[in-house]
Write a protein that binds this ligand. Structure first.
Ligand SMILES: [Zn+2]
Length: 370
């Protein structure tokens, strides 16, 4: 079925367009015109559905992550469906799950948003998020783990390059893998055409990942004892290698910030942006009560207000840029011919005021209105 949808404005993932009618057919965008429309959405802006490139569908934001192994598979899958639906209602039409248990997120690919899956993150024995079941040590161990994921059909390989704060006994500063081990993982994944992203908080883990040639770094806060210590030489290498940073900064504004150094983290990202790092706005939804599955739009607003992005740049960071980072740049994150008809209509104009993103009027997923 062919349908022409009119909005007062269209933002295509990079800029505002003169055309105001998006034609969709069989789940794809087949036209961007100024012609007649079948449906007029009124004073809204149509933009590409948002991409949250870091979520944990199986996590309960009000629960304790280390308790996850105690939940049955049915309970986990049911929670994943509910969380995916919450994201979709907020206009997030693609989510990338960066840590589940037993590859369960593959079972919820039909839950609403498009779901990209990493399976259990690769981590050292007893290391960060070991309880998700992805323990692997040394060169042979990491090679075997990545090969298993490729055979399982993951969309991305996720590796814990440093420890993390939600795992008892794990330190965010501790480097879990060497450059050589990470490079071995990258080689296998890239041979299979799959991107690699690493979780990294501390400077040495971030540096090892950048040297190994991963596609993106999650967090990249440069946490150090007593605060933050950005290694700007590593940042420089990130820029030269075109490595993305997925900031995981989006959270509900009503809640307490996760770290006391929160403001400084955002200021550092502002400096990284100026230096040319490709920043993607993401949430890490599921890891705490301020990290709900509809948090992403708040992070985009903050990219404009605190991190120093233009409004169009902030919108791009969670649409066209995020889609490209996830390997979906030919299909998602833009309103363009042949792209998936994943669309979000918000009241007003987010290019003028990003807070418009918080007033969702319609969501379309593969051409179907939710
Ligand atoms: Zn995470």
């Amino acid at each position: 079925m062919k349908q022409a949808i009119r909005a007062a404005r269209v933002f295509d993932g990079e800029r505002e367009r003169a055309e105001s009618v998006v034609v969709i057919e069989n789940g794809r965008i087949t036209g961007l015109t100024s012609g007649p429309a079948d449906l007029d959405l009124g004073d809204v802006t149509l933009l590409p559905g948002l991409v949250d490139s870091h979520v944990h569908l199986g996590f309960d934001p009000f629960g304790v992550a280390v308790d996850l192994p105690h939940d049955s598979e049915d309970v986990m899958v049911e929670r994943m469906r509910a969380n995916a639906a919450e994201a979709l209602r907020a206009g997030i039409t693609t989510v990338r799950d960066l840590g589940d248990r037993g590859y369960l997120s593959m079972r919820v690919r039909d839950a609403g948003p498009e779901v990209l899956v990493s399976g259990p993150p690769v981590t050292t024995t007893g290391g960060h998020c070991w309880f998700l079941g992805g323990e692997a040590d040394g060169l042979d161990g990491i090679r075997k783990a990545v090969t298993e994921r490729v055979e399982r059909g993951v969309d991305v390989v996720k590796i814990m390059a440093t420890g993390g704060s939600i795992t008892p006994g794990s330190s965010p500063f501790h480097q879990q893998y060497t450059t050589e081990e990470l490079r071995a993982a990258v080689e296998i994944a890239h041979d299979a055409g799959i991107p690699v992203t690493v979780h990294a908080h501390g400077a040495s883990g971030i540096k090892a990942a950048v040297e190994a040639g991963v596609d993106s770094i999650e967090h990249a806060f440069f946490l150090a004892r007593g605060g933050l210590a950005v290694d700007w030489d590593t940042v420089d290498l990130m820029v030269r290698k075109g490595i993305y940073v997925s900031t995981t900064t989006a959270r509900l504004p009503t809640a307490e910030p996760p770290f006391p150094v929160s403001t400084q983290v955002r200021q550092n990202f502002g400096r990284m942006r100026e230096l040319g790092v490709r920043l993607v706005c993401s949430s890490d939804a599921g890891v705490g009560q301020y990290k709900r599955f509809d948090s992403l739009p708040h992070g985009i607003v903050e990219f404009g207000e605190v991190v120093g992005f233009s409004t169009a740049g902030a919108l791009a960071s969670a649409t066209s840029v995020a889609a490209t980072m996830c390997g979906l740049g030919e299909r998602k994150g833009r309103i363009a011919l042949g792209y998936d008809a994943d669309l979000l209509a918000v009241a007003g104009n987010p290019v003028k005021d990003l807070k418009a993103l918080l007033d969702v009027r319609a969501v379309f997923r593969a051409g179907k209105r939710i």
